[in-house]
Design a protein around this ligand. Structure first.
Ligand code: GAR
Length: 312
């Protein structure tokens, strides 16, 4: 599997960029490689740091440009380097809707608070003013809402009684450097080889067990039925997907019509209402996958167990 080609966008120091870079070189089987570091300030110290490490850099001031115009310049540079994923690391720019839309599911951000608390700027001041005893950092997918996309991982950092915004920021930064490479690697690895993550989610459901079914990993509820299968390149289709039960043919048809790039009618399942959900799009929404597994589990579980778990 070729590595994901990651670009890191920075505005200043670039210590998170450096953490991502060194982790990618140290981590066995790291699924990403940094191919470009770009900044909206040609003098950003992080650019020199990246260049010294042999990484391609691009610095361009945003001054005098519209947001969309500047983002188009950055985007053209990302395309020139055949970038597959983007990590924002201290990139102090709001992104244009077109940029966010294009990179949806493949653009990460790190923010120095335990989101959803303290979005935006002056985070540490707010934590201290509130007298909070714990803060931390969050890695999330970038969406149109500032610091509001799906959370992929967090690290907690204790607040000390004599903390200043600077001392707290410095300790959180240490956690950021640990968190960001791990979360990006985990997320990309799950997209490249989805079975381990799918298995972990499926087997976390009550009394869920795994068994091969026609050569494919299947998941069933003890005393009940199968609720999910993993289909990998079935009959040379080149598709890897999760198969789960919908409420029936009507819902199946509706989903496929809504998003034919994600959902499909699995062959050999007849008129069962089961649906295929592609896990090879490169931007799998794992929360959505978890939701489907739970729904399908509820259909497959014996009544008594379902009632115990769901109350219905
Ligand atoms: C980091 O603390 C990062 O979380 C924060 O800027 C710092 C950049 O440091 N980002 C934000 O506040 C984004 N809202 P770095 O340049 O050394 O990585």
């Amino acid at each position: 599997m070729p590595k994901a080609r990651l670009a890191v966008l920075i505005s200043g120091r670039g210590s998170n960029m450096a953490a991502l870079l060194h982790a990618s070189r140290l981590m066995a089987d790291c699924p990403y490689e940094i191919m470009l570091v770009a900044a909206n300030d040609p003098d950003a110290p992080g650019l020199a740091l990246a260049a010294a490490e042999g990484i391609a850099t691009f610095g361009h001031s945003h001054k005098g440009l519209t947001r969309a115009g500047f983002d188009a310049i950055i985007d053209a540079e990302l395309d020139r380097h055949q970038i597959s994923h983007v990590a924002l690391a201290g990139y102090m720019r709001l992104l244009s809707p077109a940029f966010v839309e294009k990179w949806q599911g493949r653009c990460f951000n790190i923010h120095p608070s335990l989101l959803p608390a303290h979005k935006g700027l002056h985070v540490h001041e707010a934590v201290l003013a509130n007298g909070e005893s714990v803060s931390g950092c969050t890695v999330h997918l970038v969406t149109a809402e500032l610091d509001g996309g799906p959370i992929l991982g967090q690290a907690r950092v204790a607040v000390l009684a004599d903390d200043t915004p600077d001392s707290l920021a410095a300790r959180i930064l240490i956690a950021e450097h640990q968190l960001y490479p791990r979360i990006i690697a985990r997320h990309i690895a799950a997209d490249q080889a989805p079975l381990p993550r799918l298995r972990a989610l499926a087997l976390a459901l009550p009394k869920a067990r795994e068994k091969l079914s026609h050569g494919a990993p299947g998941f069933f509820v003890e005393g009940g039925k199968f609720f999910a299968y993993f289909s990998d390149n079935h009959h040379g289709s080149g598709i890897s997907a999760l198969l789960v039960a919908t409420s029936g043919l009507e819902e199946q048809a509706m989903l496929i019509e809504q998003d034919p790039g994600l959902y499909y009618r699995p062959p050999y399942f007849g008129a069962s209402g089961w649906i295929g959900i592609r896990l090879d799009t490169g931007d799998t929404d794992w929360e959505m996958v978890e939701g489907w597994l739970r729904r399908s589990w509820e259909v497959a579980a014996p009544k008594r167990l379902r009632r115990l778990v769901t109350g219905i």
